[in-house]
Design a protein around this ligand. Structure first.
Ligand SMILES: [Fe+2]
Ligand SMILES: [Fe+2]
Length: 206
């Protein structure tokens, strides 16, 4: 599975650190993340490392997450006390730096924003956000369809993929009656606005 983009020592360390399921998911994300990076002209090494480490804090339970945040002075998003599932993005970015020695800001911010996204995401952030959702271990039908679309449709853009991921996530959250983070709504609005603008420009050219 090694693709040469991740230093062997880092790969061995993260493999040893994560439980099997999380590591398998991280490997799946890494694999598709490299494909996305190559397709969209981004650095495949950054994508590989960010994807491989994106869930490095995922195996800690709720209490461990809280304790880790408290110990390291990581601020919790107090507006969203119910969204404890999001803790691992912030703790993960901290851990990637502290525990795994990652200093690259693009990689750290991609880990930090991989769950809810945000307005103005960088391409590496979008790649991790998308890879997390469409990697082959995801059995969810929306993930499968989008993965197939990415592999078959060479004209699909990174923004279109990120928009589809945001749509799937928002639809799921609303259907399940969950609270939605404002950053997810901001991401959706930004990308949808862009899509609508592009469509109206295309029509005015005809
Ligand atoms: Fe995650
Ligand atoms: Fe993940």
């Amino acid at each position: 599975m090694a693709n040469g983009y991740v230093p062997l020592a880092l790969r061995a360390e993260i493999k040893n650190f994560l439980n099997k399921t999380t590591y398998r998911h991280a490997l799946g994300a890494e694999k598709i993340g490299v494909k996305l990076a190559i397709r969209f002209g981004e650095d495949p090494q950054k994508a590989a490392i960010a994807c491989l480490l994106h869930d490095c804090a995922k195996d800690m339970d709720h209490e461990e997450q809280r304790a880790y945040m408290k110990h390291h002075g990581i601020k919790r998003d107090l507006k969203y006390p119910r969204l404890s599932a999001l803790f691992h993005s912030r703790t993960g970015a901290h851990m990637a730096r502290d525990r795994f020695g990652i200093t690259d800001k693009d990689i750290l911010s991609a880990i930090s924003h991989h769950t809810v996204g945000r307005k103005g995401m960088t391409n590496i952030e979008k790649i991790v956000y998308i890879s997390d959702f469409i990697e082959t271990g995801r059995r969810y039908i929306g993930s499968k369809k989008l993965r197939e679309r990415f592999l078959k449709d060479k004209s699909i853009t990174l923004n279109e993929l990120a928009l589809e991921v945001a749509k799937e996530k928002l639809t799921y959250l609303i259907a399940a009656g969950h609270v939605i983070h404002a950053n997810s709504v901001a991401l959706w609005n930004e990308l949808q606005e862009k899509k609508l603008r592009d469509i109206s420009m295309e029509n005015s050219d005809k």
